[in-house]
Ligand binder design. Structure first.
Ligand SMILES: Nc1nc2c(ncn2[C@@H]2O[C@H](COP(=O)(O)OP(=O)(O)OP(=O)(O)O)[C@@H](O)[C@H]2O)c(=O)[nH]1
Ligand SMILES: [Mg+2]
Length: 227
């Protein structure tokens, strides 16, 4: 019985996600879904990202949390459109929540939409939000075994951002093993190492975003942002 209900919920989500995908395509919006455990640094990376972009960039963010508007308040400081989705207990975002959140946004004014999912490595992986790509973040304080323990999100994500690299000297995180684990469950996994404290890897991440956007929208080759 429970399996049937879950199946129905997921089928309904697929239908709404397909509708979102069609809208993103029609309005030329590149959308990514950023997923990690709580506290890996999703909002921090987005804060750094928004701060690094020219004011003319047409980027918007949605951020999901079980409670509080904290992340939206942090992201709003950069001056780009942002909305908080408070799930009230649900451990993931779903396509219906995204549809509702963007209802009063003019998609023709947005080139890139970044969705920060609820901090969780399990539930968000089952819910398509109509995005072009999922990105999984893993921080060096979490342990190199996480790709093996939570394979579903590592299989579905195109890119793995390994964050908090500034803390690497202080924790027993086997970086090469973490990368090997990610590629064991997803052989083509792209990996970028970042620190939101020192901003190392930020340029590489910005380049990835821009190049992936061009690929998603069928635009001509993106010039690298970095020199
Ligand atoms: N040292 C270090 N701390 C970081 C880095 N990135 C984030 N932090 C810190 O980690 C904590 C959590 O960062 P957030 O950006 O709130 O993490 P999050 O993934 O958005 O968290 P949730 O939305 O609650 O899931 C904060 O205290 C950040 O300052 C980093 O690269 N290095
Ligand atoms: Mg956050």
């Amino acid at each position: 019985m429970q399996v049937k209900v879950e199946e129905k919920v997921l089928n309904e989500n697929q239908r709404l996600a397909a509708e979102l995908r069609r809208r993103f395509r029609d309005h030329h919006v590149f959308c990514i879904n950023l997923i990690s455990a709580p506290g890996s640094g999703k909002t921090s990376l987005l804060e750094r990202t928004l701060a690094a972009l020219p004011d003319s960039t047409r980027i918007a963010t949605l951020t999901g949390d079980i409670q509080t508007e904290n992340d939206a308040k942090r992201l709003a400081r950069a001056g780009f459109p942002v909305k908080q989705i408070v799930t009230g207990g649900t451990c993931h975002l779903d396509a219906r929540m995204i549809t509702k959140a963007i209802a009063d946004w003019d998609l023709d004014q947005i080139d890139t939409l970044v969705i920060e999912n609820v901090g969780n490595l399990v539930c968000p992986s089952s819910y398509d939000l109509g995005e072009h790509a999922k990105v999984v973040m893993l921080s060096v304080t979490e342990g190199e075994d996480k790709p093996l323990k939570y394979p579903s999100i590592f299989v579905k994500a195109e890119l793995c951002v390994i964050n908090k690299m500034d803390l690497l000297p202080y924790v027993s995180f086997a970086l090469e093993q973490a990368k090997a684990n990610a590629r064991r469950v997803h052989p083509d996994m792209e990996i970028i190492e970042t620190s939101c404290t020192t901003e190392s890897g930020l340029r590489q991440w910005l380049d990835w975003l821009e190049q992936r956007r061009h690929r998603a929208l069928g635009l001509v080759d993106a010039p690298a942002v970095s020199a």
